[in-house]
Design a protein around this ligand. Structure first.
Ligand code: AMX
Length: 467
């Protein structure tokens, strides 16, 4: 399929799931319906929807698979079902058909706030619908009620040496939550396949709910920030997360976290963290095991760790050049990085071919809240210079900044300047997208993933006599 045809097909697929009029009318009258109740209504219609799509299109081909794609990290290979979000190379991410500005405009906000609440985004990712303020608030309360960690998980974290990377601690703690997995227990008790989604939903809710306590505990342990306060059931998820990190009094920081979690939540299914979660979940590993694996992928410098790497790179630049940084000096520094065989962190993308709208959303936040911050200005200055250098160097297919080029600067501005913690916040956010898909995968009976691999010798043989 041509790229343009594929894009148009993707655009057309950006519709809420389960268009069933009956369910929609019921929804309009049931404004306080819970997320699980709403999902239970949507699932049968979506199962029928998928059956119909497979009946009509199941035997059709997307197009060719080239040998280069097999060697080249499967770029562009249509291979995964992912409903929560679709990524367009030119336009960027849409969550169930909504762009980031759409989400900012349409999703419920905290009283007095202007950024969308991650609670509402989770509802959107799962149902394709915008929740009411009451439903959004009910999720805040439910997550607060589920937030407590088992004591042994607290002990695992408290025993970690502060030199152990926060992402390693994060993944260990999430994996250990599998101790209380409702799915693992139900599976042992012989749950029927059609009911898998119920305990997967419960585990996913627990997972998301417990992440602020895990992240807060890691932050306080590693950076000596004192005892963790309790979750406040009257506050939203991001306000609690900010409080646990020690920044709860700063409303602008809380707003940043709301935006941060929303824009980092999901980036369709092929990126390393999302795909890993789906893959591991396909073995019917519970959501804690599946998302623990996602986090190990997110911890790689070409993926989520890039937000840490950007700050390291910026600090090195400042240390080398000093505070008075001219365009010429930045250009030289970017070239020196490339000539040293390193990547420019925060630039480039496997799919995107334009400036990442997640970068733009953060830039707009900075223009509103910290327009005169020197580090923000430096990031803006690099934005004018680095793409041209990357273009001239001629390797990167996308010379534009991605989400990670900007996030660390915002966190630093508010005093969260421990950059090796940054990917943990990315991980908290990514749980939303991965969990939503895990629930749908179990609802739709997604099978074990098992693509075919080839050796180089086999490839040589297959194509030996073909032009
Ligand atoms: N700096 C220097 N070189 C870059 C580059 C960058 N920012 N982006 C791409 N390149 C190079 C690649 O390393 C590759 O070189 P090679 O041929 O010697 O292997 C060549 O350009 C072609 O790569 P590509 O097809 O444009 O990108 P990709 O799909 O292979 O990789 C990505 C995508 C993100 C890993 C890459 O752009 C990169 O390394 N960027 C810097 C790290 C980063 O910001 N990662 C975060 C991405 C977003 C996220 O997941 N959080």
């Amino acid at each position: 399929m041509q790229a343009s045809a594929l894009r148009s097909a993707l655009r057309n697929s950006r519709q809420p799931i389960a268009q069933a009029g009956v369910a929609r009318r019921a929804y309009a009258t049931a404004k306080t319906q819970t997320l699980k109740e709403r999902l239970a209504e949507l699932i049968p219609a979506e199962i029928e929807n998928v059956k119909a799509v497979r009946k009509e299109h199941g035997a059709k081909a997307f197009g060719q698979v080239t040998v280069d794609q097999v060697y080249g990290g499967m770029r562009g290979l249509p291979a995964l079902l992912w409903d929560g979000s679709v990524l367009d190379a030119e336009e960027g991410i849409r969550f169930r058909g909504k762009t980031i500005p759409d989400c900012q405009a349409q999703l419920p906000k905290a009283p007095g706030g202007s950024e969308p609440l991650p609670e509402a985004l989770f509802w959107l990712l799962l149902t394709g619908e915008v929740p009411t303020p009451e439903q959004t608030q009910a999720l805040s309360k439910e997550w607060a009620a589920r937030a407590q960690l088992p004591e042994f998980v607290e002990e695992i974290l408290d025993r970690c040496p502060p030199t152990l990377h926060p992402m390693t601690q994060f993944s260990m703690a999430v994996t250990a939550l599998n101790h209380d997995s409702a799915f693992a227990k139900a599976y042992q008790q012989g749950i029927s396949k059609k009911d898998y989604w119920g305990p997967t939903f419960e585990d996913s809710m627990d997972l998301i709910a417990k992440l602020p306590n895990i992240a807060g505990r890691i932050y306080r342990n590693v950076f000596g920030k004192g005892k963790l306060p309790a979750i406040d059931p009257s506050k939203d998820y991001s306000a609690n997360l900010a409080t646990l990190l020690g920044f709860g009094d700063n409303e602008a920081f809380v707003e940043l976290l709301r935006l941060y979690v929303v824009i980092h939540s999901d980036h369709e299914g092929g990126n390393v963290s999302a795909h890993t979660g789906k893959l591991v979940g396909s073995a019917l590993s519970d959501p804690f095991l599946a998302f623990g694996a996602s986090l190990n992928g997110l911890a790689g410098p070409l993926h989520g760790l890039a937000n840490q790497e950007v700050l390291i790179w910026l600090r090195k630049m400042k240390a080398q050049i000093g505070d008075d940084i001219s365009d010429e000096k930045i250009k030289e520094y970017v070239w020196a990085t490339l000539k040293g065989g390193q990547v420019i962190p925060g630039y480039g993308h496997a799919v995107l071919r334009k400036t990442d709208p997640r970068y733009t959303a953060q830039r707009e936040f900075a223009l509103k809240h910290l327009p005169d911050d020197p580090l923000f200005k430096l990031v803006g200055q690099i934005y004018k210079i680095a793409p041209d250098v990357l273009l001239e160097a001629g390797k990167a297919k996308n010379p534009w900044p991605n989400v990670d080029a900007h996030s660390g600067v915002l966190l630093t501005y508010y005093g969260l300047d421990q950059m090796n913690f940054y990917t943990v916040l990315f991980g908290v956010s990514r749980a939303f997208g991965v969990a939503a898909q895990l629930i749908w995968d179990r609802a739709l009976g997604a099978p074990l993933e098992r693509p075919k691999s080839y050796s180089t010798e086999a490839i040589k043989k297959i194509f030996a006599n073909k032009p």
